[in-house]
Design a protein around this ligand. Structure first.
Ligand code: ADP
Ligand code: MG
Length: 334
């Protein structure tokens, strides 16, 4: 059973960035407005996310990392959430099977924080022989999730990582995506031991300011805002994209569907097609697109590591978005 859990977890979390993405989403779901990430050795040694969200009740800590059990279903299963994102309340459970997980959390109703350790889906004692109960410690409201020694018990997976800096770059990219998408939320990302931060946006920063901080002034200067919606197809889209005065070698698409960072090669292809009429032959755009779609129309059966998402009326929705971008591009003087 334990081996099965470990294998399943290793399929959901293939790289540190996959764990990080789930932890960011949890923090944002908890209403956090400040989110700090600390990374050591590309996230393989340490991945720590601290937030100021609503915290986790002490009573919920013992079952936090269980897979779908009746008790957990009652406690945590928000059917809407599952329908929306296709997630199955298994992120923390999965992580606990392939890493040492520590959760420190305080809700607004208490004046102390609680800390719990998890291994193999279960709350576990700090030292053998001690009780596995959450321990009281001083702490601010919010949650800190610490993931240590990811894949320590999956040596083949552990060995597959050539360079910590590649993994760190994927982490930076993911934090950057959420930092641009989550208006009103401050983000930081630091490498352990480094004085500077690699991502830093303030809660008050606008979307353009966020893009400038993360992708530079050259992109931020040439952005157009676009929007599209249609009740027939149950969607609402908005975003920022570069105009015809700017281009890059490869398309950068920051895509969010129902506030989750995902990939869609169909959307990417359509955008490239749209821009080909405006840009030089090898020129490509930067596009940040937030798409909200009636959850029932989104294919939630995608494998968690396969970020590719499909939805109903894809052609109509993509066409409508691209039409709006085309209009905006044509309206900008070059
Ligand atoms: P899911 O998010 O799909 O429910 P997870 O394993 O990611 O599954 O998280 C389990 C539960 O733990 C969440 O539903 C939430 O109630 C709680 N939780 C996790 N992270 C946080 C956090 N940072 N702040 C508050 N609650 C959290
Ligand atoms: Mg989650």
């Amino acid at each position: 059973q334990d081996v099965v859990n470990k294998i399943a977890a290793g399929e959901i979390i293939v790289a540190p960035v996959h764990a990080l993405k789930e932890l960011i989403e949890n923090a944002v779901d908890a209403g956090a407005t400040v989110l700090d990430v600390l990374v050591r050795e590309g996230g393989l040694k340490l991945l720590q996310i601290s937030d100021n969200g609503h915290g986790i009740d002490k009573e919920d800590l013992p079952i936090l990392c269980e897979r779908f059990t009746t008790s957990k279903l009652k406690k945590f299963e928000d059917l809407g959430n599952i329908a929306t994102y296709g997630f199955r309340g298994e992120a923390l459970a999965s992580i606990s099977h392939i890493a040492h997980l520590t959760v420190t959390t305080r809700t607004k109703d208490t004046d102390v924080a609680y800390r719990a350790l998890y291994n193999g889906g279960k709350i576990s004692p700090a030292k053998p022989g001690q009780s596995a109960e959450p321990t009281r410690i001083a702490g601010r409201p919010g949650t800190q999730i610490t993931v240590e020694d990811l894949f320590y018990n999956v040596p083949t997976r552990r060995r597959a990582f050539r360079s910590a800096s590649d993994e760190f770059n994927k982490i930076i990219d993911m934090v950057g995506r959420y930092a641009i998408h989550c208006a009103g939320v401050a983000f930081s990302c630091k490498k352990f031991g480094d004085a500077g931060t690699t991502v830093s946006v303030q809660a008050t920063n606008s979307t353009i300011e966020r893009i400038r901080h993360i992708h530079g002034g050259a992109v931020a200067k040439e952005l157009i805002e676009f929007a599209a919606s249609d009740d027939r197809w149950g969607f609402k889209a908005s975003g920022w994209a570069t105009n015809a005065n700017y281009h890059i070698k490869k398309t950068t698409l920051l895509l969010f569907i129902n506030h989750r960072s995902v990939e869609s090669s169909n959307i990417k292809k359509a955008l490239e097609q749209t821009y080909s009429a405006f840009l030089p032959k090898n020129g490509h755009p930067f596009v940040y697109l937030s798409l909200e779609i009636d959850p029932q129309r989104v294919d939630v059966n995608v494998h968690p590591t396969k970020r590719e998402v499909n939805f109903l009326n894809e052609d109509e929705i993509i066409q409508s978005i691209c039409e709006n971008i085309r209009d905006k591009l044509a309206a900008v003087d070059t």
